[in-house]
Design a protein around this ligand. Structure first.
Ligand code: SF4
Ligand code: SF4
Ligand code: SF4
Length: 459
């Protein structure tokens, strides 16, 4: 009798979750027809398959960028039930917190059909609560680099300016707000007040088509987004545009998004995020979703700025299939991806265990090879990004920008080994530090926060 060869190459064993019941299940990572797939089985709900990458070669190649992580100063929990149930951070975690996220409210002035936070509540955190959460972050991290105030919609919290001040007083280097831009488009006084504190504005911006906004945000928001950018430019605030990229909605807008971001002086970065199907979202075929490598391919095919796939470097800080960045030197005459002018292996060290690329080193490296693009020193602030986070780097060239592709995980493609090395962490009102993809895919973590609010109301 003839034996058959399997249709796939078995790559790895890991753990994931059942998309139906959330139980942790065994998962296989397979290569088939040039793609990377996850196959898993729940005892109650059967088999599930999902697409992890449209390009197995690039997926495998990114593993060489993996680097040893750094420990936090303290761990917040013990290892008891095993990953992903012990966050955190528990001592099994493989990377410190590059970025802390505090959801200061679950209220929002939009009802996006795609909202990983399912925002629709009315709860808000107080100054004392945020103070405690920031203190927990400082205690575990020592000298945190980046805090992001998120939601819901953080700009509608009446104390958002106090929170920014509080974080800055705790010497957290980079404070940012993650916003849909509606208040910024309507309230110039608010923008003026923001400019006095100078946070980085992480602005939801999904494209230029009316239909894109209607599908992703429930209404046409282009005019509001453009007005928000105009107001931010007027007060010299640094902007990072954040686009959700969804199959059949706006993959064709990636090139325009890149070119727009590169053409606007106030825009320091663009983050392209394939939709991850957590919280509120449309139905999905997990084998037909946009992945990180597909977004990179569209970037190089669609942008008029001559970008190539090889201009993107996997991030060695988190697991290197989580995100990839392309740093660029941009001025009126040229757009030059840094990966073409610095040694990429050396370049990797600039991002190791940091949320902030060490642009001082990059600049030195550029000087050494005499590229002529970074020869002068500048006191201007530049927004840069690593681990989805743009930051303020004083003294580094104002002409540096970044395009990042950030592939967050959902219940279909959740991979425990990736979340164990996550460096983007939610800080909860109970003082726990929880990797972002665990927080959004393991129901008990968001339930603990909901319970916190319920208890608070009951008191
Ligand atoms: S994700 Fe990290 S902190 Fe959470 S249980 Fe796993 S190893 Fe521990
Ligand atoms: S995605 Fe953002 S803007 Fe939209 S409802 Fe959710 S929190 Fe609000
Ligand atoms: S948030 Fe998710 S995708 Fe990002 S580094 Fe953490 S595990 Fe990876």
């Amino acid at each position: 009798m003839q034996r058959e060869t399997r249709e796939h190459l078995f790559l790895e064993f890991t753990k994931s979750v059942c998309p139906d019941c959330g139980e942790v299940v065994d998962a296989h990572i397979l290569i088939k027809n040039g793609k990377v797939l996850m196959k898993k089985r729940c005892i109650k709900h059967g088999y599930f398959e999902s697409l992890l990458s449209s390009d197995s070669e690039k997926y495998l190649d990114s593993y060489k960028f993996n680097m040893p992580g750094m420990m936090p100063l303290e761990f917040g929990t013990k290892v008891t039930d095993g990953c992903p149930h012990d966050c955190g951070l528990c001592p099994d975690h493989q990377q410190h917190s590059c970025v802390g996220i505090i959801e200061i409210t679950n209220a929002c002035n939009l009802r996006c059909p795609t909202c990983f936070a399912s925002s629709e509540g009315h709860d808000i955190l107080s100054l004392d609560e945020v103070n405690y959460m920031l203190d927990q972050f400082v205690k575990q991290e020592g000298d945190p680099e980046v805090i992001q105030f998120s939601g819901g919609e953080p700009t509608i919290h009446p104390q958002i300016l106090d929170f920014i001040r509080l974080a800055q007083n705790k010497k957290i280097k980079y404070v940012m707000i993650n916003t849909n831009g509606i208040k910024i488009s309507k309230d110039e006084n608010f923008v003026k007040s923001l400019s006095e504190l100078n946070p980085v504005i992480y602005l939801q911006f999904d494209g230029f088509k009316k239909e894109t906004y209607e599908k992703l945000r429930g209404e046409d928001l282009l005019e509001s987004k453009m007005k928000a950018i105009e107001n931010l430019e007027k007060y010299n605030l640094r902007i990072v545009l954040v686009a959700t990229i969804q199959r059949g909605v706006n993959e064709d807008e990636i090139g325009n998004l890149v070119d727009f971001a590169l053409s606007k002086k106030a825009v320091k970065g663009l983050v392209l995020q394939p939709t991850f199907y957590s919280g509120r979202h449309p139905d999905v075929d997990p084998l037909n979703v946009v992945t990180l490598h597909e977004v990179i391919k569209h970037t190089s095919e669609q942008s008029k700025n001559g970008l190539k796939d090889t201009d993107f470097i996997p991030n060695p800080c988190c697991f290197p299939t989580c995100n990839a960045s392309c740093y660029l030197y941009v001025d009126d005459k040229e757009v030059r991806p840094l990966a073409r002018v610095v040694n990429v292996e050396e370049y990797v060290d600039f991002f190791m265990n940091r949320s902030v690329a060490d642009l001082g080193q990059i600049k030195e490296s550029l000087k050494v090879i005499n590229s002529g693009c970074c020869g002068s020193s500048s006191s201007d602030n530049t927004g840069m990004a690593c681990c989805t986070i743009p930051v303020d780097l004083k003294g580094i060239e104002k002409n540096i920008k970044v395009i990042m592709v950030q592939a967050f995980m959902d219940v279909f493609n959740f991979d425990v080994k990736k979340v164990m090395k996550c460096c983007v962490h939610e800080i909860t009102p109970n003082g726990k530090i929880i990797p972002f993809c665990a927080f959004n895919n393991i129901p008990k973590y968001r339930e603990e926060v909901n319970m916190y609010y319920r208890n608070k109301i009951a008191k």
